[in-house]
Write a protein that binds this ligand. Structure first.
Ligand SMILES: O=C(O)[C@H](CS(=O)(=O)O)OP(=O)(O)O
Length: 273
């Protein structure tokens, strides 16, 4: 091949097969990662490479308690410098409820620099009154509020009508987003069966009660789940519990740069040629 001289980038040469992916800052198409213990160097590397494709970092479960304070604060500032919201895992909030310290927990989260909070009851039962007050308190101090519906253990699963009414109550109380439980495994929890397949009627009912589907964040750690969500709701569906090293792969899926969604976008491409 003769010498090739061009300053063109791939983006100038090739269109993304799936149109319409929103860029940051965006109100929908959010990606939330679960960080179970990235060091500062790893975090810097990750955000330099894929910071444009991450909207929320969740420090998994109670891992925040295991950091030194300096390191935690440094990690939080790093996330903020990439315009990424950061919050402690829902399980950590549940521990604070169990220990009757949830008000101080929320205030301390704000003080440390977290920009959001997750109010969940995936492991323990939380009285409605505490859930409502927690949402209001967090909103009143300008923390973004994510609530979660669905249980971690299928044996604890609450009936669907209760789950649906919880969504409505959370929205009325001022929750900004509702996370649909899927765990880190994406199997046998929340709206997934033991194979990681969506329990379809649950998914449909959830979508039907929410005033704005972009308020939902689907925990969907598995590719088959991400693909299903993108094919059903488009590239700007909110997806969470993404492993840090899977962010780019998810973004490729959202943009049709991967066989699984390229197939789906083929009609689109053919009609444009
Ligand atoms: O971070 C948490 O507390 C959990 C992680 S997992 O469900 O145990 O994998 O996430 P949550 O946001 O409470 O579902």
């Amino acid at each position: 091949m003769s010498e090739y001289h061009s300053s063109k980038t791939w983006r100038q040469l090739l269109r993304f097969p799936l149109d319409g992916r929103d860029s940051k800052p965006r109100a929908k198409g959010l990606t939330m990662i679960i960080d179970n213990g990235l060091g500062l160097g790893e975090t810097r590397d990750l955000l330099t490479l894929v910071g444009d494709y991450i909207d929320f970092i969740k420090l998994g479960f109670g891992t925040s308690a295991l950091y030194s304070q300096n390191l935690l604060e440094e990690k939080i500032s790093m996330a903020l410098s990439f315009n990424i919201d950061i919050y402690p895992g829902g399980t950590f909030f549940e521990i604070a409820v169990l220990q009757d310290s949830w008000e101080e927990f929320i205030i301390m989260a704000k003080h440390i620099g977290f920009t959001a909070i997750e109010v969940s009851d995936g492991t323990i039962k939380i009285p409605d009154e505490i859930r409502e007050k927690a949402i209001s308190l967090a909103s009143s101090i300008n923390l973004k509020v994510l609530t979660e519906i669905g249980q971690k253990d299928p044996r604890d699963q609450i009936p669907l009508p209760e789950m649906l009414s919880q969504i409505k109550k959370d929205v009325d109380c001022g929750a900004d987003w509702i996370i649909v439980e899927g765990r880190e495994s994406g199997q046998n929890a929340g709206v997934y069966d033991h194979n990681g397949c969506f329990i379809m009627h649950q998914m449909e009912e959830i979508v039907s009660v929410i005033p704005d589907p972009s308020m939902l964040i689907w925990e969907a750690p598995l590719k088959q789940q991400q693909q299903e969500l993108i094919m059903r709701f488009g590239p700007n569906v909110n997806i969470g519990n993404i492993a840090p090293h899977e962010v780019l792969a998810l973004e490729a899926l959202r943009s049709g740069l991967r066989g699984d969604t390229l197939r789906f976008s083929c009609n689109n491409i053919i009609s444009r040629v």
